[in-house]
Ligand binder design. Structure first.
Ligand SMILES: [Ca+2]
Length: 219
């Protein structure tokens, strides 16, 4: 009897610790072929000519190393998308999220870096931030990033107003800059994905309470 209870408890605790909200984004890893003016499967170009790139292919040109600072691999790994902006130009990518629950809070998270572009013809070396839009309207932006070899993980929350909404990204302003974005996810709940969901905490609390009750019965 006791062993059965313990087994049940273990499963309950394991479920609580491993509970991960499923991301609603298709190909949030932005896995694709290196390309100047093309974006990975699941994503659509909404403005300008965003690129699919990695540490050896700035602006999606294979072997082109004209970065403003030394690039590093993203935490997500593989390819990412580069988004540029200047006074009269902006690049944007997006995808339609479906299966949203109206009134539900969601967390959008992503990784961003500013390695810039540095070459004799045209350079993008300014600071800028990743801007996030829902159905074309801004819902916020990440922290402003100056040139740096480091990636930053950023997030914000929104409340769904329709079952299907267009999520898109571009640079937040027209400062001449070129930033990378990768590791995009959208999960239900207003907390970052690394922290268990409230329901998971409840499940864990129940498990701990059950353990305490069992200990008291044994004593
Ligand atoms: Ca990636």
């Amino acid at each position: 009897m006791k062993s059965i209870r313990l087994a049940t408890l273990s499963v309950l605790l394991l479920a609580a610790f491993t509970a991960r909200a499923e991301s609603l984004v298709v190909n949030g890893s932005l896995n694709g072929s290196i390309a100047n003016n093309d974006v990975p499967t699941g994503w659509t170009v909404l403005a300008g000519t965003p690129d699919t790139m990695d540490t050896t292919s700035n602006v999606g040109v294979s072997g082109w190393l004209s970065f403003g600072v030394a690039p590093t691999a993203s935490p997500d790994g593989g390819t990412w998308v580069g988004l540029g902006a200047k006074s009269d130009y902006i690049e944007s990518i997006g995808q339609t999220l479906s299966g949203l629950s109206v009134g539900q809070t969601y967390t959008v998270s992503w990784q961003a870096a500013n390695f810039g572009v540095n070459n004799s013809i045209d350079s993008y070396l300014g600071s800028n931030a990743i801007g996030v839009m829902l159905d074309g309207a801004s819902i916020g932006q990440g922290a402003t990033l100056g040139l740096s070899s480091n990636w930053a993980t950023q997030s914000l929350t929104f409340v769904a107003t329709s079952a299907s909404q267009l999520l898109s990204f571009s640079l937040a302003n027209t400062n001449k800059a070129y930033l990378g974005i990768d590791g995009i996810s959208v999960t239900a709940g207003g907390v970052t994905p690394a922290v268990p969901e409230p329901s998971s905490w409840l499940l864990m609390a129940m498990g701990v309470a059950a353990l305490g009750a069992m200990r008291r019965r044994q004593g």
